[in-house]
Design a protein around this ligand. Structure first.
Ligand code: ATP
Ligand code: MG
Length: 409
């Protein structure tokens, strides 16, 4: 049997990038031989094994044939007769369809190296269209390698467009989609992921609520870029430049969804978009079974981001309501993430990327002032139950009034 490194490990070594996870393909072996060598089988569907010592993945060379809708609709065929070339042709992109042996001899039947040099993401064969997840994967690779100058080949975009129009994207499971979306958002250029999905018509299928933001104007005074879709891309770009976590990036993507619902007669204003957007944010959250922390932050940022921007003008009582809504006493980190998302929103505007955002420190100071109110003296005064809660609120309000006066003096 022969073992080759394949996929990302080969691609990233040739690009001079660090290699994190290594996938291997085994040619000329049977499942029985693998088991006899101590490999542990994983996954019911695929002939994939883990190395007994390193734990790295070894897959038997296989071919596959589409036999139905979605990802379950594949028939795999693995046998010692399947050649390396046959295994590589079922892969998504030419730059992912190269293999190398221990001596670093490259097997590259589909010209991945040529496309690496030309900075092109190109599908390997028409079989690309058999798995709609590849639309998301290509957009994700575009987001990852945009900084190196990679773009998607025109003919690959055509296939992605056909796949999007066919409705096949609807067959993807929430889990598979979210895995790609979340990984893409954490890349260096997550806005490219959204842009590529939009360009091939997939965004309209996957997140019509985000797609609807393109072409919707905002007031030029606050938004020199005018277009809400472009603004959203810029906010996402800022979130990556500032190395924000996934929660913040997800919230950035969804914060303005309400603006897609504004009646045209009201353009470019978007009264109460924070509220109209909530049901859309909820729908997107549920569609992809998004992790709870991401769901929560997206909803809170959607509802309160304009509060964040107006922080210095908020009455002490409104400030208190804001802090209570975030439960800053038990969830300090979540409030920090809210502040970060607001700041990204403020910077994700044409020409305003470098602006200062004094609201951030002001909000942190307010949270600190509210948290500094001690419970003990109130207990000693005999407050308990709901009355204690009320007394605590009164004291916090007092503290916030003093804070506001001192900070804005
Ligand atoms: P990463 O650096 O993100 O791990 P990768 O290219 O190694 O990138 P994996 O998801 O680990 O991506 O997959 C390994 C290889 O398997 C890919 O390079 C590609 O050749 C192939 N592959 C994975 N998923 C698909 C798919 N849905 N369709 C076609 N080929 C795929
Ligand atoms: Mg990999």
């Amino acid at each position: 049997m022969q073992v080759y490194k394949v996929g990302g490990a080969v691609r990233d070594r040739l690009l001079g990038l660090p290699v994190t996870d290594v996938d291997r393909v085994v040619v000329g072996a049977t499942t029985e031989e693998m088991l006899a060598k101590g490999f542990r089988p994983v996954g019911a569907d695929f002939p994939v094994f883990l190395h007994p010592k390193t734990g790295e993945e070894y897959a038997l060379a296989r071919t596959e044939r589409k036999s139905g809708r979605g990802y379950g609709g594949f028939t795999f065929y693995a046998s010692p007769e399947v050649t390396l070339e046959e295994d590589l042709i079922r892969r998504d992109l030419t730059i992912n369809a190269m293999a190398e042996d221990d001596q670093l001899n490259l097997t590259d039947p589909y010209h991945g190296q040529r496309d690496l040099e030309a900075r092109i993401l190109r599908h390997v064969s028409p079989a690309f269209a058999e798995d709609p997840l590849r639309v998301l994967r290509v957009a994700r690779f575009a987001a990852r390698y945009a900084g190196l100058g990679f773009t998607v080949a025109d003919e690959t975009m055509d296939l992605m467009r056909q796949l999007s129009e066919s409705g096949e994207l609807q067959a993807l499971t929430a889990e598979r989609s979210w895995k790609e979306i979340s990984r893409a958002l954490l890349e260096d250029h997550p806005q490219v992921f959204i842009q590529v999905l939009r360009d091939c018509g997939a965004l309209k299928e996957l997140m019509p609520e985000v797609d609807a933001l393109f072409g919707v104007p905002q007031p030029e005074t606050h938004h020199p870029e005018i277009d809400t879709g472009l603004h959203t891309l810029s906010v996402l770009e800022q979130s990556a430049l500032h190395k924000q976590p996934l929660t913040v990036r997800w919230a950035c993507l969804l914060h303005d969804l309400g603006k897609g619902l504004t009646p045209e007669e009201e353009w470019p204003r978007h009264i109460a978009h924070e509220h109209t957007g909530l049901k859309l944010i909820k729908a997107v959250n549920e569609r992809f079974k998004v992790p709870k922390d991401c769901q929560e932050l997206a909803l809170l940022v959607g509802q309160y981001h304009t509060h964040g921007h107006r922080a210095l003008e908020l009455k002490a009582s409104t400030l208190l309501e804001l802090l209570q809504s975030f439960d800053i006493y038990r969830r300090p980190q979540r409030f920090e993430e809210f502040i970060a998302a607001c700041e990204m929103d403020a910077r994700g505007r044409k020409g305003l990327e470098q602006r200062s955002y004094p609201q951030a420190d002001y909000l942190r100071g307010a949270a600190k002032a509210a948290r500094a109110v001690a419970v003990q003296p109130l207990l000693e005064q005999g407050f308990k139950g709901p009355e204690l809660g009320e007394a605590l609120k009164r004291e916090r309000l007092k503290a916030l009034k003093a804070y506001k006066e001192a900070a804005t003096a």
